[in-house]
Design a protein around this ligand. Structure first.
Ligand code: ADP
Ligand code: MG
Length: 151
């Protein structure tokens, strides 16, 4: 298997990996998630939320685009699917430059607004219970994070 890729075999395993990732994050970090509907983007976000100590239930923000949660660090959960083919800036930089952790589902749709340093995770559906997670860190901080997570 290629470097920076990891296979999970259940929703629980993806959640646990995400919890481990959460602990390595710092204020202002941006995680971008790509992968088809049902790949596991929201599941991964739920795991990060749990790792950040968010107690409220995390649901897909498809219709609201952004939801904020209180944890040890604030969590800004975005699903920008509805912004495909639009250049609309809904104030991304305030989130990306904020003190919280930003997680963006369908991040490829807002590529122009993403900060240069971020961690991209691409999730591929393998079978009903298995997913391939490919990590692409941009910047030295995220390279270290990925090393510590799966290196
Ligand atoms: P997305 O946000 O990418 O549309 P969701 O996280 O909402 O995807 O849904 C993923 C679905 O796949 C959930 O029903 C989850 O239980 C299921 N699933 C099965 N195996 C896995 C796995 N290994 N990792 C993540 N989710 C999985
Ligand atoms: Mg989702």
């Amino acid at each position: 298997m290629q470097e920076n890729q990891i296979k999970t075999h259940s929703e629980q395993e993806t959640m646990q990996l995400a919890e481990k990732l959460a602990v390595l994050l710092k204020p202002g970090d941006v995680i971008t998630l790509e992968g088809d509907l049902g790949a596991g983007k929201t599941t991964l976000t739920k795991g990060i939320a749990r790792g950040l100590g968010v107690t409220r239930t995390v649901n897909s923000p498809t219709f609201t685009i952004i939801k904020e949660y209180v944890g040890e660090l604030p969590l800004y959960h975005m699903d920008v699917y509805r912004l495909e083919d639009s250049d609309e800036d809904i104030g991304f930089s305030e989130y990306f430059n904020g003190e919280g952790i930003s997680i963006v589902e369908w991040a490829q749709f807002i590529e122009d607004f993403l900060p240069p340093e971020h961690l991209n995770i691409n999730i591929t559906y393998l079978d009903e219970h298995s997913r391939l997670l490919a990590f692409t860190p941009k910047g030295t901080h995220f390279e270290l994070v990925v090393d510590q997570l799966i290196g």
